[in-house]
Design a protein around this ligand. Sequence first.
Ligand code: FRU
Length: 463
Amino acid sequence: MYSKEYFNKEFEKNKIEEKINDPFNLKYHISPITGWLNDPNGLCHLDGTYHIYYQADPLHAIRKNIIWGHVTTKDFINYKYHEPFIFADTNIDKVGAYSGSAFIKDNKINFFYTGNVKYPGNYDYINDGRDHNTIKIVSEDGFTYHKKELILSNDDYPKDLTRHVRDPKIYEEDGNYYLFLGARDKNNKGKVIVYRSNDLEKFAYHMEITTNYDFGYMWECPDFFELDGKKFLMVSPQGLESEEFKYQNIYQSGYFPIDVDLKAKTYSFGEFVELDYGFDFYAPQTFEDEKGRRILIGWMGMPDASYTNPTVKNNWQHALTLPRELKVSDNKLLQKPIKEIENLINKKIEIRKNENYFYQTFEFISEDIDGEFEIYLRSDAKLTYKDQILSLKLGECGYGRCERKIRIEKIDDISIYSDTSSVEIFINNGQYVMTSRVYGEKNLFKSDIIGTLYEMDAIKWNL
Ligand code: FRU
């Protein structure tokens, strides 16, 4: 496993040059200097600094050994890469410091994450052969900690569960701390289990939350929060069957509006809503910042997908989405890139219909849309709205990504954020979103509806 000493400044300096020269290097998204990235982890805001951790394997572009990578920013314009934060260096997390979250109390960050342990042998690694430990770390600054504390292990989890129990998230209500874990039970039903504590030290089993109908075999990365007086349970379910307009990826991410009385252990679900309809969005996590905003960041990737990323040959893979502020309207979550992203706007261009524009990074906004449209986001990446269907079709630039569709009765507005090798498309005030990696040679933009195009600056990285 990786030792801390390995990740010194020299290592990063040597590698960052290579990364900057990669034509697909993202200009205003977080991606690793080297190696692999998956889920965002431990998102929090302490004393003016945003800490963004993520599942990382800095030495392999295709994951092997997972630890927590770490970047910080105060303004979402200037960023810093740091040494990895959690190493897989104890008996309770020796095959990976898996996903987890942060909870700030008394100005200290309480991290809860999953320690992955796999035993060599002939196991199915579902019912046998692995441990998923819930581990706690307390840090005053987000950079250092003294010890890893085992909070719960598979012996503590309910007996009807498989060994897959992971990705802790804390929610506080009325002086109680509820710890949510994603789980797969022995009947292959996905669910969330909830523990309760009044000191963040001792946790007692409280309840399980699941649908009374089949909804996948595993729920990864749960999140639970209240916004505008409404409660939401976010999960990333695995095992849903694909339909023409639903669940088009191998795995999903979305939320249930949920009416829940945690104390009384009662709940009723609203219908599951997908957070994103693009090819590359998974394992999102939210947090509340010091300004009181609920911000979501997702992994701009998809595990076990058939499509690929050509960045692998340049020794890195995957990225995080733009940070998005969540708002509630009509029991639905709306997503919108946080306001700070506007500070990246460089040049404003009022575009003409059907004319070619070439910008490496841009934002396109069109409001008061009335009717159908066709927008080229690359020479072979086309977004069309026709017969109430929004379709994103990629050719070669998709590296195996073909088409994703959403049925939308009427489109009023659209804003598209395009980086060197990604697009994030927000429809109707962020009610529908499509996120995808896309690898075009030249970033052609052409639209048959008018709107405003903004050239975007890059975020700034410091080592
Ligand atoms: C989601 C996930 C989590 C797990 C982590 C491991 O992508 O599978 O459930 O903790 O990734 O990297």
